[in-house]
Design a protein around this ligand. Structure first.
Ligand SMILES: [Cu+2]
Length: 127
């Protein structure tokens, strides 16, 4: 009985996780969409620069090539864990309203070069 319950709970979590990105993308309401894959490894993100435009729903798929890392966009509420290699991909969406440069960084201590794990999302205003 307990085992069945745990299995169902696990399935529920999985569908919640995979369901987050699509529902957010839809709520953006007709705006442009863009998807980028970013690979994390000690001690960098590849690519480390992503270009997008204001109002675009940017879907970021995060995968690690070694240990677990984090991904935080400074000045936003995006802060997620990237599971270690072969344990899957974390997907987040980010819809910048203002043009500018948004720094992202690793938010999980991963070794001596952790503080160098940074990159930028460069947002241009199409107008
Ligand atoms: Cu780190």
């Amino acid at each position: 009985m307990t085992r069945v319950f745990l299995l169902l709970a696990g399935l529920g979590l999985a569908s919640l996780t995979t369901g987050v990105a699509p529902s957010r993308a839809q709520s953006a309401g007709g705006g442009a969409k863009q998807t980028v894959d970013i690979i994390a490894e000690r001690f960098s993100f590849t690519p480390s620069e992503v270009k997008t435009r204001t109002g675009t729903t940017l879907t970021i798929r995060l995968t690690s090539d070694d240990t677990a890392h984090g991904f935080r966009i400074i000045g936003s509420n995006v802060n997620v864990e990237i599971p270690k290699r072969s344990r899957g991909t974390t997907t987040v969406t980010f819809t910048p309203e203002k043009a500018g440069r948004y720094t992202f960084e690793c938010s999980q201590l991963c070794g001596a070069g952790h503080s160098f794990m940074r990159g930028e999302i460069v947002v241009e205003d199409p107008k």
